[in-house]
Design a protein around this ligand. Structure first.
Ligand code: CMP
Length: 139
């Protein structure tokens, strides 16, 4: 099993609902390692870059508004098969359909305000990490 790095973002709804500690705790308890982390207000430019693949979607404008409306926590997470493991932990996009035990399943009832984002492939992870971190940021 390969050692991988993935990009994770705790979204503004989770910040507003005081869920940051709970979410970080779940990632650590799983055995993954946080190798870089910061709380930021994402710029519109960063949001548009992060979600460039959704540019033509009807929800794109609302999505950019949402992720720039308050603080987010961005992090680089490392571990064996970290990309797939994080995706399993967060659950499907729609919080209403995400199974209990997943982060979205336990904390979201929304397809947009779904608490957390994690990269969907190693290639995407590399791209998304590069928006927020330099190689020197990794401990
Ligand atoms: P995320 O996994 O961060 O990737 C894209 C985000 O767009 C997604 O989580 C949701 O926050 C949002 N999203 C995806 N699909 C929809 C939709 N149909 N309507 C509104 N927002 C969506």
């Amino acid at each position: 099993m390969p050692l991988q790095r993935t990009f994770v973002m705790i979204k503004p709804d989770a910040y507003e609902r005081r869920l940051i500690g709970e979410i970080i705790s779940r990632i650590e308890r799983k055995g993954l390692r946080i190798i870089a982390m910061k709380m930021i207000r994402m710029s519109r430019e960063q949001a548009e870059k992060l979600y460039a693949v959704h540019k033509e979607k009807p929800f794109f404008k609302d999505l950019v508004e949402f992720v720039t409306r308050g603080p987010v926590v961005v992090m680089a997470v490392e571990g064996e098969s970290a990309v797939e493991v994080m995706r399993i932990m967060i659950g499907p996009t729609d919080g209403r359909k995400a199974p209990p035990g997943t982060i979205r399943g336990d904390f979201s009832l929304s397809i947009q305000e779904n608490v957390i984002h994690a990269s969907d492939s190693p290639e995407t992870a590399e791209y998304e990490l590069s928006i927020f971190f330099d190689e020197k940021d990794y401990v």
